[in-house]
Design a protein. Structure first.
Length: 280
């Protein structure tokens, strides 16, 4: 069984080398699709590819962001894989906390098509800010050492089965190709470092603030809005088990219900506009 990854990236030059090097432990190939980076991200990817043949700088594109952009990679490559091979959705700031191939083998026995993740969301806290301001937090240190405070509070599809005879519809803003329906009951744990330091957070929020895809969870462009109280989070030390919290579980199900209601509202508006002969 082969495992290919699609990494859709934009302006992540402070972490992309760590991410790709780590993912190469598990993946047979990693295709990097750059969505218009203006920093050193693409140069770093190309330099890594010179020494690690599993990392493939696939393309740079300035198309508007949506989850369906990954189809640009999938549709060119999927035919070289069998229906027993799998894909990983690799965000530029994520690190699988478990061996994905071992879990895929279990999921295959259950005839599953998709494996969802529990996202271990690491946050930038007031303690991290104090270290940053004192000059004690340097980007040269591994991200596992720099950020330790987390909450497990979200799920997303992260692994899916290849369909050698079926394309991914590029027009659909979907995290996985259509035609995959059997979601495995088990979730894989996935470390997510979206908030790393003030400079990176400011860059991240400025890219996302006001964008339709992030409207519900990016409500400010000020990096200070992302600083979290460490007392509300778990502190991780390597080798210790991951901890779920009631606060994280409640957050996940409340947000899921909100997204479902918003989807129904938007669907009703679209049906009303069609019935009234309205366009746009």
């Amino acid at each position: 069984m082969k495992l290919y990854a699609i990494c859709l990236v934009k302006n992540e030059d402070d972490i992309i080398a760590e991410t790709l090097t780590y993912a190469a432990r598990h993946c047979d190939k990693i295709f990097v699709l750059d969505n218009g980076s203006s920093d050193a991200t693409w140069d770093i990817v190309k330099n890594l590819a010179r020494t690690e043949n599993r990392i493939i700088p696939f393309e740079q594109t300035t198309r508007p962001y949506n989850d369906g952009l990954r189809a640009l990679v999938y549709n060119q490559i999927h035919a070289e894989l069998s229906d027993d091979d799998w894909w990983m959705i690799l965000d530029a700031d994520e690190f699988m906390a478990e061996d994905p191939k071992a879990l895929i083998q279990e999921a295959q026995r259950d005839r599953a098509d998709i494996i969802r993740s529990w996202q271990i969301q690491f946050y930038f806290t007031e303690k991290d800010l104090a270290d940053w301001e004192a000059g004690l937090d340097r980007r040269e240190r591994p991200i596992f050492e720099r950020r330790r405070y987390y909450m497990i509070n979200w799920q997303e599809p992260r692994l899916f089965r290849n369909q050698s005879g079926r394309l991914w519809d590029v027009s659909i803003n979907s995290g996985t190709p259509d035609g995959l329906h059997r979601v495995w009951g088990r979730r894989i744990l996935n470390r997510h470092y979206q908030y790393r330091d003030p400079e990176q957070i400011e860059k991240r929020l400025s890219l996302r603030f006001g964008h339709p895809s992030f409207r519900t969870h990016v409500t400010s462009a000020d990096w200070r809005s992302a600083v979290r109280d460490s007392r509300t989070l778990n502190c991780h030390r390597e080798g210790e088990p991951w901890c779920f919290s009631a606060l994280g579980i409640v957050y996940y199900y409340r947000r899921t219900a909100l997204y479902a209601l918003q989807g129904k509202y938007r669907g009703a508006i679209r049906r009303f506009r069609r019935a009234m002969g309205m366009t746009g």
